[in-house]
Ligand binder design. Sequence first.
Ligand SMILES: CCCC/C=C/CC(=O)SCCNC(=O)CCNC(=O)[C@H](O)C(C)(C)COP(=O)(O)OP(=O)(O)OC[C@H]1O[C@@H](n2cnc3c(N)ncnc32)[C@H](O)[C@@H]1OP(=O)(O)O
Length: 260
Amino acid sequence: MSHRVLVEAGPAAGVAVLKFRNPPVNALSLEMLMELVISLEKLENDKAVRGIVITAENPGIFLAGLDLTEMCGRNPAHYAKYWEAVQELWLRLYQSSKVLVAAINGACPAGGCLASLTCDYRVMADNPKYTIGLNETQLGIIAPFWFKDTLVNTVGHRAAEQALQLGTLFPPAKALQVGIVDQVVPEEQLQSAALSVMAQWLAIPDHARQLTKTMMRKPTVDQLVKQREADIQSFVGLISQDSIQRALQTYLQKLRQKKG
Ligand SMILES: CCCC/C=C/CC(=O)SCCNC(=O)CCNC(=O)[C@H](O)C(C)(C)COP(=O)(O)OP(=O)(O)OC[C@H]1O[C@@H](n2cnc3c(N)ncnc32)[C@H](O)[C@@H]1OP(=O)(O)O
């Protein structure tokens, strides 16, 4: 029984809706990552499901990215376990044979943006409070190469470099202009727009679409698969550095003080 991930049958045949529900901000904790992987595996094995709309149960925050508390003040074994789970989620999403449509109904920074970038299509609610992007440099950390590759595959090298160096969080209209999202719609039309796009994608025969997806994504997937363990060790080495720990603690404190 999953608590942090809700899977519902969609209103259209062959479509499931996967909803994030990990309060307060849908951060990708280890438990949430594991529940997501299990839910995605079940959906992948379900022949009746051809497409998955991915969204947050409550509008406001799509995903707050990786859980900073999993990356602060823990031991190397924990960091390694956590990073392996982050890799696993990306591999499941990016290689999914289903049509994935992200209905972005809230803030979508860093790991949240990465999850949405693995989808085949992104629709974002037109709310200026919502932003999307790989903002790692703003936290004093560096987006790993496979985060970078996923962004490059979506927006191209120049736009990705600029967005990554500056750690830009784009509001909807700008995100559309850069190509991080494919469509921006009034908030109340988000779910219907996602379902309408899904219907267009499902009109294509599955086998042809799936083989094309694999052809486009395999080189990027292979890069991580062939160096998974080295990537874990690199993450553990980096995140364990005092300077990185200090930067993350400072960022967390700033988030916590925002309210005070
Ligand atoms: C070195 C290798 C690379 C590692 C790669 C990392 C990629 C990542 O994903 S890093 C995480 C990046 N995420 C962010 O920068 C988002 C940070 N959060 C926010 O900007 C805001 O919280 C929000 C826009 C998502 C929501 O704002 P809102 O005003 O509604 O809520 P807050 O008051 O800010 O937060 C409530 C509560 O939640 C805690 N929190 C927020 N984000 C995270 C998070 N990513 N991980 C853990 N905890 C988080 C925040 O501190 C508050 O906690 P308290 O209630 O204890 O004060």
